[in-house]
Design a protein around this ligand. Structure first.
Ligand code: CP
Length: 304
């Protein structure tokens, strides 16, 4: 059974097949309108979501499939004390694929053991978020024509930002990638991610200043300080608003730079940046649905 739990072992060939199909779906949506006829997707969200949850639902429905599940586990028998293992056994009995988001790192990997169908990790705590990364890779590919040969700045809460951890896994597979980690020391990248980069011989720098590095970047990937991951409210308040990209600051960036953000944003990109052609964060939302369509086909079609 094929699951999508992490991109740590993603191959470039797998990515290229997914991306090629994604482009074809965008160009010829009617060719794919019945691809998932008769299939059911379980959408199991233990944490709030707008993009991931609804883009997966839209993806399945645009392919002709149907969706069931919950966005609040308290509407399921979890509220009566049913275990996660039993919940997964039940929902995956009814469905052909299950998309799960949870607040605990490693949940998707754990539930795959009990599942009767493919599991897709829609975010596991502060750990990883592979399908956001697929949306990010699609956006980069659409704008730049390829993924290699970039200097990307990852800015904000690198400690808790699961989209950053997955993006590092995926980008490390492509040639000539340079990272600069932009964060206060207290929100620095976890040591596992640094170890991963070093093990692959990937070049990365560290800076606390966005302004210092912005002129050198091909891509600036902004992230939100992840309020929900802080046990200590005072610590969150200390970091909140630590970086703010404004239209004035954007003047420092290259003319062909891309400004990305997995969204939702809190206060790290001011609305006056939105109309700049370099701001592509709503394109990430658009491409996210199509690459998820491609992923559903990949996981549910026996020959792939
Ligand atoms: N980018 C992302 O995961 O957004 P949601 O939390 O709205 O799904």
């Amino acid at each position: 059974m094929k699951h999508l739990i992490t991109l740590e072992n993603m191959s470039v060939e797998w990515w290229e097949r997914l991306y090629k199909r994604c482009r074809d779906i965008i160009a010829n949506p009617s060719d794919y309108a019945h691809e998932m006829d008769g299939r059911v997707m379980a959408s199991l969200f233990y944490e709030p979501s707008s993009r991931t949850s609804f883009s997966f639902q839209a993806a399945m429905m645009r392919l002709g499939g149907k969706v069931m599940g919950f966005s609040d586990p308290n509407t399921s028998s979890a509220a009566k004390g049913e275990t996660l293992a039993d919940t997964i056994r039940v929902f995956t009995t009814f469905s052909d694929v299950a998309v799960i988001r949870a607040s605990v790192a490693g949940t998707a990997e754990e539930v795959a053991r009990w599942s009767h169908c493919p599991i897709i990790n829609a975010g596991d705590g502060g750990h990883t978020h592979p399908t956001q990364t697929l949306a990010d890779l699609t956006t980069i590919s659409m704008y730049r024509g390829k993924i290699g040969g970039i200097h990307i700045g990852l800015c904000g809460d690198l400690r808790n930002g699961r989209t950053v951890h997955s993006l590092i896994h995926a980008l490390s597979k492509f040639p000539d990638i340079k990272f600069t980690m932009i964060s206060p020391a207290g929100l620095a990248l976890p040591s596992e991610s640094e170890t991963y980069l070093r093990s692959r011989g990937i070049e990365y720098g560290i800076s606390e200043s966005l302004e210092d590095v912005l002129p050198e970047l091909d891509i600036l990937y902004m992230t939100r300080v992840q309020k929900e991951r802080f046990a200590d409210r005072a610590e969150f308040e200390r970091y909140k608003g630590v970086y703010l990209l404004t239209k004035d600051k954007l003047a420092l960036a290259r003319k062909d730079a891309l400004i990305m953000h997995p969204l939702p944003r809190a206060d790290e990109i001011s609305p006056d940046v939105d109309s700049d052609p370099r701001a592509v964060y709503f394109d990430q939302v658009f491409y996210g649905m199509y690459i998820r369509m491609s992923l559903l086909i990949e996981l549910l079609t026996p020959e792939f």
